[in-house]
Design a protein around this ligand. Sequence first.
Ligand code: ADP
Ligand code: GLC
Length: 478
Amino acid sequence: MNILHAASELYPLIKTGGLADVLGALPFAQRQSGDDVRVILPYYRTIRHQIPYTAEVARCDTPGGYAVIRYAEYRGLGLYLIDAPHLYDREGNPYYGADYRDYADNVVRFGLLGWAAAAVAAGADPFWNRVDVLHAHDWQAGLAAAYLKAWDVPVKSVFTIHNIAYQGLFNAKHLSELWLPQHMYQIEGLEFRGEISFLKAGLYYSDHITTVSPTYAQEIAVSGYGMEGLLKLRRSQGRLSGMLNGVDEAVWNPAADAELAVAYDAEHASEGKAANKTALQRHFGLHQDADAMLCVMVSRLTEQKGADFLLEALQTKLAEDPKMQFALLGSGSPELEQAFLQLAAAYPERVGVHIGYDEKLAHRLIGGGDVILVPSRFEPCGLTQLYGLKYGTLPLVRRTGGLADTVAGWDGVSDGLDATGFVFDKADAAALESAFNTALAAWADKALWDRLRRCAMAQDFGWLRAADSYRICYESLI
Ligand code: ADP
Ligand code: GLC
């Protein structure tokens, strides 16, 4: 099969979150079954620096102005890069500028991503003119299927929702700039509450919709930011499914992780984790106490991630229990950043906070923590709890989306032979505090903790399983 993915991020070239991790792993796993898998991305400034040598595939007039579609091989993977410097040659984040405000021209920046993906699928590359499946990810690539439809190109399309909370909404006046026919702007199309929705275009025009966990697929067909009606319909047609993400073993593997103080496998988890924990406590200037339960978090700081009620619960637990420690790597809402920094100032020996984005430190936190916190209000899949499982850092998560599908909560009494972490239900501080208490009870029993950790580290979240599910989905379409 010839498969083209369209997305706005790919680790390690450009990353703001889990979407990049998926695009940095899934296409590679898919190639293992012999398929020709390629990815199309904007040629952002940072990618231009990392991949300076490319071949020209096509020059075109596009809805985003004049652009060149380039091609390069990256770690054996074919990449199409959309070269339009006036849109993508900018410093830093792919979506917004130094003032944290979305770029005013995002409508054409990502309109062009969908357009160029459809153009390649329609044969713009003379050396790759039979694409079987165009697989677009999140709203940024949402228009791809709309263009295929508008041009009547018989290529099958799949759209994956990584986060339905981001919908790519733009004023209707932009429709003509996007070179889409007026008739697509309607309820049975890409119109959503008086605006253009790139996400809805993906949901409406794609042949199949997937999301990144079975539970999230259920949840969004009930409450999906206004898309639940459409999703319920598509589900009843067998056009919506949930497939769990995996872990890229080449990047996240405690036995071969160069960022760790000491690499370790399941057989040596106890010593390995102890050494990494001490190193982490030292890094954050925390009390080097092996008996303290060190909870870590690596996250965007937003509403979604439950960081607000986490703060509240931490304030209570830190005051109550001298054995609690907490270390955070995160960035996002300035208020939350400030609040966590204040918490660290109040408990300098027990709380460490690093505001920023740091890939290496993320590995050290996940390697050195005892517990990884993911108290999300909603979570399509979630990756850090999977990294936690792999590293024997027990996840403490809210029962939602992919978290519900990947963590088996210890019930507080059993022998711990089939549990991998701690799970709570209500999105509030009280429920989270009680989950902390359950975790602390397990922590007090070292033999139990060892069993939980063993069980966590034995879980298999390899990408090949997900690649198989996508293959079955593609085959059903062709
Ligand atoms: P989301 O995509 O919603 O942010 P995921 O759990 O799917 O959540 O993926 C988050 C990814 O981003 C993980 O690879 C995580 O390690 C990484 N990450 C999040 N915040 C940071 C940060 N401040 N520094 C380094 N990595 C981070
Ligand atoms: C989104 C979701 C996250 C998911 C990631 C990769 O960013 O918020 O839950 O793991 O995409 O699919």
